[in-house]
Design a binder for this molecule. Sequence first.
Ligand code: GLN
Ligand code: ZN
Length: 761
Amino acid sequence: MFSGNLGYPRIGRNREWKKALERYWAGQLEEGAFHAELKTIRLGNLKAQQERGIDVIPVGDFTYYDHILDLSAMFGLIPARFGYAGGEVDQATYYAVARGNREAAASEMTKWFNTNYHYIVPELADANPDLTRNRLLDAYREAKSELGIEGRPVLVGPYTFLKLSKGYAPNELDGWIDRLLPLYAQVLRELAAEGVAWVQVDEPILATTLAEEDLARVARIYETLTREVPDVKLMLQTYFESVDAYEAVVSLPVHGIGLDFVHDGGRNLAAVRRHGFPSDKVLGAGLIDGRSIWKADLQEKLIALTALREWVSADRILIQPSSSLLHVPVSAAQERALQPELRDALAFADEKLEELALLAKAGRSGTESVAAELSEAARRRRALAESPSRQRPRVQAEMAKLSAQPDVRADAFPVRREAQRRRWNLPLLPTTTIGSFPQTPEVRGARQKWRKGEWSNEAYETFVKEQIREWIDIQTELGIDVFVHGEFERNDMVEFFGEKLEGFAFTANGWVQSYGSRCVKPPIIYGDVELTAPMTVAETVYAQSLTSKPVKGMLTGPITILNWSFVRDDKTREEVAYQIALALREEVKALEEAGIGMIQVDEPAIREGLPLKREQWQPYLDWAVRAFRISTATVRSETQIHTHMCYSEFHDIIDAISALDADVISIETSRSHGELISVFEDHTYDKGIGLGVYDIHSPRVPDAGEMCGMIDRALRVLDPAQFWINPDCGLKTRKAEETIAALRHMVEATERARERYAVQA
Ligand code: GLN
Ligand code: ZN
């Protein structure tokens, strides 16, 4: 029985990778030194796996930016606008595709399945596929010559690659398979000639919902590759979910199949039990969670392993993580500041490798050979499970009556609308913003000084108040109707709340790659989530004291907090979402009692939490909606609940959006206006709604005429009486001048629209 890994984090122990990329881009690191620096990190990553006794170590998973972009570059799939003329893709072109340059806009990036990692979307439209350089061969040779590692080259397979690409019509897919297959075959042939025995081909697309014709294409692809290159063995790797058509997938003509036994809802193991596993194949048993940060319950893993051995002989089992370790931080060794029971229960990439090696040893030499390690691991898990942070009495009491927790507003929307209208008597087409105002260097600098202890709490609070006052004055001068305080006290919309709630912890170095050189350090929800003091009341009330216009309270919703954190694994995500919702409900009530009459609960992450499989969407949406409603339903009818979302792919989830029962929703729109409008052609939406009238991602300040155009188009399908006017999203990344200029145009556009639509309304 062997241990294997599927991919290792690129970013380096102390984000050396990120820093090297950014220095290189800034011209502070020469090309030669840059390559040398990345090589050091790459070899360090291999050594970390070697030292932990991993038998099968992947090579080629390391990247200069993104592994999908690497494939595009390897196959010469570079859009024409980058002036690429074939041949090896140079460093400048590679980064131009990722980041754009003066002549050409970057390729789009999008989320890698249901993770928070973003890949660069390949554009096939005008591309001419060609094998420009076999980078897997380079990686294999380097690992062998430098470290004596017989690495396993890893690449994403043709079907996943094509399914994630754009720039071709559905009826061109087969043609594209025909064009790419010879290139894949060439890569494999060269590897085989070099003496490579196995190649890992990732096809995570097999874990999504597939049609018959998809499976037929996958079969054709792997029949061709194994026929063309018979002397290399393929490990067909799936992850993130159960495979959709187990029997079809395990009978593909490859030598090994990798399955996720963690995020599969038990379906993969059940399928092995029901249908068996082909005796001529190796099973990649994804037993260690590649996406969580917790030490595994090794006892439970050994039981799963025993179950698998009824169907697969021990010499054909490769024990591996459920997915690449790209999605977890590098090493928990540096987290000395965390409380001991939490720190000791963490397993980042390096600790997961140790678990894999341990399971393989147990498989080879019997459980007794690792008895001491097993009992130590069990002790650590128990210590966290029994810690007081996981049994907070007030949270448990509320959760015990979960089914009775109110999640319906006392009055239906029409009654609330009337109560709210009487309370504020807002003009037609009320104007507002989404929450944040510019986080200028001054604002960030002040927070730094306060965090370092150079500024007292009082000095920092005074500073924040000055910012609030300044921006209340600006909103007054601009003539906005519904104000915000500006979120100057917040670094990040999840971290801010995590730091104030019980049950959250923050690591010193728990970074994971989000896209390119950008890394995020998600909070850890490790205990029961409880509110012990109001989080936003002081700033909001202060802002409200300065104006007679309504100031919106501003909270991050339960699902967004959940989806942007690492979450404890002893409770379901649903339960954790309800805990957060119950805590937020108290904040909502506190704001209401302090006289705040409009409260916005942002949920930009609801959509990205959708499961990979269609049939699981509804259960997820049901509990996500319920969590939102638990946090907002207990307010009075004259209190107006707002929500906000930063995407416009609504067709699939419009019913869930409606079911949130928010009085007003604002939606990012300007980059995909047409799409969104068509949603409202097909569905009637009767509550307050603001479709962003300008893009906040760009420094460009659109004029009032352009915004009028956006308003007019929206009002072809929406009633002016329900429509709000706002920018696409929060303004924290913009400069103050840009923000003020754009908002001035927004108010001007609104005034013109009011004249035109007054009669109709
Ligand atoms: N209220 C938040 C802000 O304005 C919303 C951010 C978001 O939707 N991502 O910054
Ligand atoms: Zn947004």
